[in-house]
Design a protein around this ligand. Sequence first.
Ligand SMILES: C[S@@+](CC[C@H](N)C(=O)[O-])C[C@H]1O[C@@H](n2cnc3c(N)ncnc32)[C@H](O)[C@@H]1O
Length: 404
Amino acid sequence: MPQLLIRDIPAEMKDWIDETSHSQRTSQKDFVLSVLMKAWKLGPSPSLFDRPAADSVQIGGLPFTFVDLFAGIGGMRLGLERNGGRCVFTSEWDKNAQKTYNAWFGDMPEGDIRQINPTDIPEHDVLAAGFPCQPFSIAGVSKKRSLGREHGFKDATQGTLFFHLAEIIEVKRPPVVLLENVKNLRSHDKGQTWTVIRRTLENLDYVLFDRIIDAAGWVPQHRERIFIVGFDRRVFGSAPVFSYPEPPSKTIRRFRDILDPSTNAKYTLTDHLWKYLQNYAAKHKARGNGFGFGMTDLNGISRTLSARYHKDGSEILIPQGPGCNPRRLSPREAARLMGFPDELPIVVSDTQAYRQFGNAVVPLVVDAIGKEIARALTRYLATRANGCLIKRSGVPRSKIHAVR
Ligand SMILES: C[S@@+](CC[C@H](N)C(=O)[O-])C[C@H]1O[C@@H](n2cnc3c(N)ncnc32)[C@H](O)[C@@H]1O
């Protein structure tokens, strides 16, 4: 079918596909797919989340603009677009993440944020950034310690990324910033890392809110992340009105709901790997610690999907009945566990897909926070005009008296 399409289209369009895919450093197939995705999102068919397309502003939404930094595969973007947000700039340097992002949104992200001059970033209402968690996470810290490398702000490369972010905030002064990171950010380095982040943003004149939110309220996965929302004090004053969302219900879905009835046999653990995981768990149990695989309760929720899931899948194993080795999630199931809709194609290898989903933010959580941000923006617009959203010129008092 795609071949038919390419053969039958006019020559100029072929040239355009050829040139644009070349300039975006993507294959013709992925480029055509991304254009189709865009058209599909605009069209009458149900949107990614069974709601009207993000391009048509929803009731309660607000046509704000945002930038998507450290974008990964665009979990922040999906969540913010659902509230009327329009993305005006993206940065993500990983080639595979760029490929997925381009296929999903039809935009090729700019690369290394350190090479981007903040003044080249368009004006925007919300700056969204899931800045890299590695220097601040327990896993990242212990890995770096074992390699004899510095971590946190002392890390000469990744640690300084936060300061690039701070510089962009200082130059562009977005009214709102939305940052996401691992739960451990607050306790890292005895709270020192968090203190520096807080102080940096407060010194830039932002009023901060922060909360650790477990995505288990939206998807059947225990996934705690810190969400920081900052409001520019020079715009909103020192007491902006904002509250974090509550999950829609306790656990709305069970783990079994995201599973396919059958999957490729390659996702079943080999005898060798299964034996290794069991021995590893037994060894650690004997030492009195809880390291080990996670056999998931099909009626419950899973452990956190990590970026290293592709290695052995040990944190989220799926039982397959007595006498059978468990299996790991397929990439599509991993996408569902994160709340990414089935309509979004997986355009990278299994390994890259697991990495991308394990690194991502749950879009439904961003959607819920985005709704509260949009509410805060609307409230600001309304109050700024003395309670009148569209300011009318007042009727002169003398006229009122004249009517009387
Ligand atoms: C924690 S992930 C963010 C994931 C994202 N929130 C999502 O939903 O997919 C951090 C991302 O920052 C990217 N990154 C790290 N250093 C970067 C740099 N110097 N410039 C641009 N992107 C960078 C990584 O490739 C990674 O995808």
